[in-house]
Design a protein around this ligand. Structure first.
Ligand code: GLN
Length: 579
């Protein structure tokens, strides 16, 4: 049961533990993701297509395995143990990525690769896939459990704003990742970038182990005796770990197959995608059975409403994933890069200040949490916390403005807006709630889709401008697009996570969380399909036809805008029913 001392700044302390753990997990995740394609193409000399195929299979699997991680936590492990186990796999995987071996080179037109190093890469990626599968859905579920329903059966109104804060943690990690890992990896060497991700995850695991006492028993195994029960001589808990570790090898094989175009149907549908489709089919069958036979009528309606929200997330993230695809190539080809060119440090090594704040933040939280226990009621811990957050933001903004930018590093804009908007939205939902005006979750999600769609308008206009003038357009169009997109993400994604924890039948919360991420697995694939509409092949030694490129991007951006808008209107019309 919650005691007053278990709250800090109006939210359970456990939420902050999840916040920092997830911040580090996402730091390692996005830091590695930022480097992966470059590492494959520049160090191991993969072509763009093979590199993208591997990236696609990895992206799909990493968001598909949470279905299993969620299922196992719901039924046997409980969320806390699942997070710790996933965290250990992630530390191993990220550190494994730091093993480079020899760079590939050409001998008479033939590419000679270091197979041991590549094998280590596939295994490390597979460890990360498994680690995310155990950690990601379950840490999100824990946040929801920290806001149990109130005594009269009504929902805790702080839940949506709690998820907004948690989501800020996710994006703080993503933001640091593009600034720190991308920088270390490209300036000092791949192993330093990947190694930084591994050390980040180690800090995250340490944070969780230290802070698990604040989870107030909400994340424990549902039937501890069942975990100790022996099967084939091993306690069930250890059997689960053993099977998951053994599963790393087939996952690594799937990644290898994707990179080598092996066993792909029609050269396009990789084994990994086939597996995702099988998992989706299984989830849908299970869903029909579960809602048909295992739910009360109210639960059934809630589960169906949740499925619709998950479908909306699938559409939203298909739009959103363009930021890592067509938005990057568009920026690279047709936009200026530096926000304020006169501030950018171009000479020497402009070391990111964010590295310092990465060390400062968790220490600051631990200090503030301890202080609040020693001196209950005093304002000092809050002040300390505010100073730390402010210092972090100053360092971040400094790095965003003065570090030289590339199309890839500008993806930090998304995370930056998210972090800046999260406190505003947390306050907005609370403020609306106090006035009895809090919009329902379907309405919030419809607005998410609407803003997601509208974010393509500035980019379409920028493309139009390039087409008309033949000149690069300003990077500030991209800034505007990200601002609008992130308002959308704020309305849909944290709200969706919150909805999962609130609407899923109690025994299957983590599994439904896994299903939420499964939607993203498909979004990644769909986003790539759409993105190919603006794939531009410049022949070797040739020059890109700017007007033609601009026209293609403009077409893609308007198309996605209308698809998003159409879905948003449908969702809005359906929202009274969903509510
Ligand atoms: N940026 C979010 C995260 O990394 C989005 C995940 C998702 O649901 N697609 O958690």
């Amino acid at each position: 049961p919650a005691s007053p001392s278990s709250d800090f700044l109006g939210h359970p302390k456990g939420v902050y533990v999840c916040f920092f753990t997830e911040m580090w997990e996402r730091f390692s995740f996005y830091g590695m993701k930022a480097l992966l394609l470059l590492y494959l193409t520049k160090y191991h000399l993969f072509g763009d297509k093979a590199g993208l195929d591997l990236l696609g299979a990895y992206g799909g699997l990493v968001y598909c395995v949470p279905v299993f991680g969620g299922l196992l936590a719901d039924r046997w492990l409980g969320m806390r143990k699942a997070v710790v186990f996933g965290g250990i796999l992630l530390v191993l995987g990220h550190l494994g990525m730091a093993f480079e071996g020899h760079a590939a080179h050409r001998v008479g037109g033939e590419v000679v690769r270091d197979d041991t190093a590549l094998g280590a890469t596939y295994l490390s990626l597979a460890l990360i896939v498994m680690g995310v599968g155990f950690l990601k859905p379950n840490i999100s579920t824990i946040v929801g459990k920290l806001y149990p329903d109130r005594a009269d059966g009504s929902a805790d109104p702080r839940r949506d704003s709690g998820f907004s804060l948690f989501y800020a943690g996710i994006n703080l990690g993503a933001l640091f990742a593009s600034l720190v890992c991308g920088f270390l990896g490209e300036v000092y060497g791949w192993k330093y970038g990947f190694g930084a991700a591994g050390i980040g995850m180690l800090v995250g695991l340490g944070m969780f182990l230290w802070g698990q006492k604040y989870l107030q028993g909400h994340a424990e195994p549902p039937q501890p005796a069942a975990l100790r029960q022996r099967i084939a001589g091993l306690p069930r808990e250890w059997l689960i770990y053993a099977v998951a570790i053994a599963g790393v090898v087939p996952v690594a094989a799937l990644l290898w197959a994707a990179a080598n175009g092996a066993f792909a149907l029609g050269g396009e549908i990789s084994l990994a995608l086939m597996l995702m489709i099988v998992v989706l089919g299984g989830v849908l069958l299970w869903f029909a059975w579960f809602t048909g036979t295992r739910c009360t009528p109210v639960q059934r309606q809630q589960m169906i409403a949740l499925m619709v929200l998950i479908f909306m997330a699938l559409v939203f993230f298909t739009l959103y994933e363009q930021t890592y695809g067509s938005w990057v190539t568009f920026t690279d080809r047709l936009l200026t890069k530096d926000l304020v060119p006169s501030l950018v440090i171009r000479d020497g090594t402009p070391l990111p200040w964010s590295i310092a704040s990465l060390l400062l933040a968790p220490l600051g939280f631990v200090a503030a949490a301890r202080l609040s226990e020693r001196t209950p009621g005093s304002g000092a811990p809050r002040l300390l916390f505010a100073v730390i957050v402010a210092a972090m933001l100053v360092m971040l903004v400094r790095d965003c403005l003065v570090l030289p930018q590339t199309a890839g590093s500008l993806t930090y804009l998304g995370a930056l807006f998210l972090v800046l908007l999260a406190p505003l939205f947390a306050a907005l939902w609370a403020w609306l709630d106090r006035r009895g005006l809090d919009p329902s979750k379907p309405v919030k999600s419809s607005f998410g889709l609407l803003f997601g769609a509208l974010s393509f308008v500035p980019l379409a206009l920028a493309a139009q401008h390039v087409g008309a003038t033949g000149q690069m357009a300003s990077v500030w169009w991209l800034v505007l697009a990200y601002l609008v997109l992130e308002i959308g993400e704020m309305c849909l994604s944290p709200v969706g996570l919150s909805a999962v924890t609130q609407l899923a039948a109690p025994r299957v919360v983590s599994l439904m969380m896994g299903t939420w991420f499964l939607a993203t697995a498909f979004s990644e694939t769909l986003a790539a399909l759409f993105g190919k509409l603006a794939a531009i092949d410049v022949p070797e030694g040739g020059v890109m036809d700017i007007a033609e490129a601009a026209a293609r991007y403009e077409h893609l951006f308007w198309l996605l805008m209308w698809i998003g808008l159409g879905c948003a209107v449908l969702a809005l019309l359906a929202s009274p029913l969903l509510k």
